[in-house]
Design a protein around this ligand. Sequence first.
Ligand SMILES: C[S@@+](CC[C@H](N)C(=O)[O-])C[C@H]1O[C@@H](n2cnc3c(N)ncnc32)[C@H](O)[C@@H]1O
Length: 234
Amino acid sequence: MTPTDQVSRKRSIVSFVHRGGRMTVGQDRAWQRSWPRLGKQVPELPPGPLDTDSWFGREAPLLLEIGSGMGETTSLLAQAEPGTNYLAIDVYQPGLAQLILRAEAMGLTNLRMLRGDAVVLLGAHTAPGSLSAVRLFFPDPWPKKKHHKRRLVQPDFVALLASRLAPGGTVHMATDWAEYADQMLEVLSGQPLLRNRFDGWAPRPDWRPVTKFESRAQEEGRISRDLIFERVND
Ligand SMILES: C[S@@+](CC[C@H](N)C(=O)[O-])C[C@H]1O[C@@H](n2cnc3c(N)ncnc32)[C@H](O)[C@@H]1O
C-alpha cells in the first residue's frame, strides 16, 4: 500500500477534494490567461516526483503551502521570500484564480500552483527529503466530532509530510480552533522525524500576515496558535 493509500483509507472520501465553486468573470479570465503557465492539475501529473526545478526554471529551496485559500497570505509570503520556489496547492478553483490575479498584480515569478489533493501530491509526486518547508495555515477545522476524521492533520498525514521534508526543514501550522491546535500539537509531537522548535506553541511570527479571516476569528474570540516543528535526521 502506498503512503497516499494509507492516509486516504483513514480519511473519508469527501467532496471538498473535488470542490469546484463559481469563478467571477475576472477570475475566469485570469484562469484562462495564466493557469497553463502557473498551474497544474494534480490528477494530470505524470507518475513520479514533479520536476519543480524545471517548472520554476531554477534550483532553489522548495516550499509547499497546503490550502492556499484565496491566496492573501500566499502571495504576500511568496513576495517576501523571493529566494524560495513557492508552491501552493488547493482544491478550490476560484481561490487559485484569485491567487493568479494577486501574483500578476505583484509581478511574482517564484510562485506556482497545483489544483488537487495535497495527500496525493505528497504521496505520489513529491520525492522524500525534497521540501525545505511546509505550511498549513488555518486548515478546515471540521468542528463537529463526527467530522474529525476528515481533518488533514492526522498521524499518517504527518508521517507522510515529515518524510518529504529535508533534514532541518520545517513544518509550520496555524489554527484558530483551540481543540484542533491541541490535536496538531499531539500529532506533530508524536512523529519521531519531527522536533518542536519551541516549548509548545510557537510565538506568532510577525512575518505571517494577519488575514481578514484571522482578524474576524480574533474578533470572535478565537486566538490563533502557531506550531513550528523541524525535521530531524533519521
Ligand atoms: C479554511 S481554508 C484556509 C485558507 C488559507 N490557508 C487561509 O489561511 O486563509 C482551507 C483551505 O484548504 C483547502 N483544502 C482542504 N483540503 C485540502 C486538500 N486535501 N488538499 C489541498 N487543499 C485542501 C480548502 O479548499 C481551503 O481553501
